[in-house]
Design a protein around this ligand. Structure first.
Ligand code: NAP
Ligand code: G4F
Length: 333
């Protein structure tokens, strides 16, 4: 019997890479999207003839239950969330509803329909927040620093709780930052790669950023979705830290990105207090030893290559906008 997967958040960065991976592995792939006034399928347009899409929302318990009963998935990947940390201070209630309680709604739907379904929760290194130790591992205590981090910590513990209460195969992947050319434009890496390309092409002259000293453990999203899948193939449900084991400043990302196009970052970056956060996560650094040992998972794309790939992609994309006569049918990045 074919494996049947259901991905919430399939229209997002990770959802699109995970859908590709599961299709390659021969899965039947079902994806959830929420109704919006404008289409949000850009990242999965190339997959739409292979994926079955269902309109639902993590806010709507009944629709989740109906969907699980109809699709009868063997694996559920919960990637849907209000995922932007910055917005979580503007919309703390919504973030709690979707990113936190949404996890419980989905777990409940699974519990009501079939407790043998395997469940992956997209947990986050943002739960470590004001870090209690470095590097961060599975046993490091959580100290979230944003409404988003608090909501993720709640969702993570509910996943653990359903595993312990109902013997469900439910696990949380504690993923550190992962990026790609499909990253949303509001996140700092993509904001930088997009701005660098615009500046190089003469479409802009500056980029306004906040804290350049914050450090993150950045990897490539395409590598990280493989870890999600691996977690659901194990004999027992276990939580894992997924990251590279290297940390860089936002300023390092900026410098490499500008170097890639032969420009000096100091000539174009403006520090704008508007982009500072009420409470910052200063340093994230993963210890992915357990995932390496037990899942045999290692990240493949090094940091510099990630930055350069993102800049190159935005340069190519925006060059087509600047010179529309050169527009060609392009494979999705
Ligand atoms: P993303 O690109 O922002 O995708 C989020 C997805 O959630 C989108 O498909 C979005 O749909 C959907 N969504 C938002 N609100 C929803 C709702 N109320 N009901 C149903 N769907 C909803 O995020 P990502 O980078 O792919 O991350 C995937 C997951 O991993 C998220 O849960 C994120 O918090 C978590 N995570 C990410 C990272 C990272 O570095 N990327 C690290 C750790 C954890 P629309 O397309 O309609 O907006
Ligand atoms: O790119 P960011 O917005 O990502 P952040 O806050 O680390 O969250 C991402 O990673 C989490 C995993 O740790 C995920 F759970 C979460 O869903 C998301 O994917 O910001 C990174 C850093 C921050 O320290 C921020 O203060 O960049 C700093 N920064 C400096 N200037 C900026 C900017 N961030 C943004 N978004 N925009 C700026 O102009």
């Amino acid at each position: 019997m074919a494996n049947i997967s259901l991905i919430t958040g399939i229209t997002g960065q990770d959802g699109s890479y995970l859908a590709e991976l599961l299709l390659e592995k021969g899965y039947q792939v079902h994806g959830c999207y929420r109704r919006t006034s404008t289409n949000s399928f850009q990242r999965i347009e190339h997959l739409l003839d292979q994926v079955e899409m269902h309109c639902t929302d993590l806010m709507d318990q009944a629709s989740l239950e109906r969907l699980i009963a109809k699709v009868k998935p063997t694996e559920v990947y919960n990637l849907a969330a209000q995922s932007f940390v910055g917005s979580s201070w503007d919309q703390p209630i919504l973030t709690g509803e979707v990113t936190g309680l949404g996890v419980t709604r989905l777990l409940e739907a699974i519990r009501m329909v079939d407790t043998s379904i395997r469940f992956y929760q997209a947990s986050s290194s943002e739960m470590y927040g004001k870090v209690h130790e470095t590097p961060q591992r599975e046993t490091t205590p959580f100290h979230p620093r944003s409404p988003y981090g608090v909501a993720k910590a709640y969702g993570h513990w509910m996943t653990v709780n359903y595993r312990e209460s109902y013997d469900m195969f439910a696990c949380g992947g504690i993923l550190f930052n992962h990026e790609s050319p499909r990253r949303g434009l509001e996140f700092v890496t993509r904001k930088i790669s997009d701005a660098v390309a615009r500046i190089k092409l003469g479409m802009a002259n500056e980029v306004r950023l906040g804290n350049l000293e914050a450090r993150r453990d950045w990897g490539f999203a395409g590598d990280y979705v493989e870890a999600m899948w691996l977690m659901l193939q194990q004999d027992a449900p276990v939580d894992y830290v997924i990251g590279t084991g290297e940390t860089y400043r936002v300023g390092d990302f900026v410098q490499i990105a500008f170097e890639r196009v032969g420009l000096n970052w100091e000539d174009h970056v403006v520090i704008d207090p508007k982009f500072y956060r009420p409470a910052e996560v200063d340093l994230l650094l993963a210890d992915p030893a357990k995932a390496q040992a037990e899942l045999n998972w290692t990240p493949k794309m090094p940091f510099r290559e990630l930055v350069e790939t993102m800049v190159d992609h935005d340069l190519a994309r925006l060059s087509l906008v600047a010179k529309p006569d050169l527009k060609v049918v392009r494979k999705s990045a």
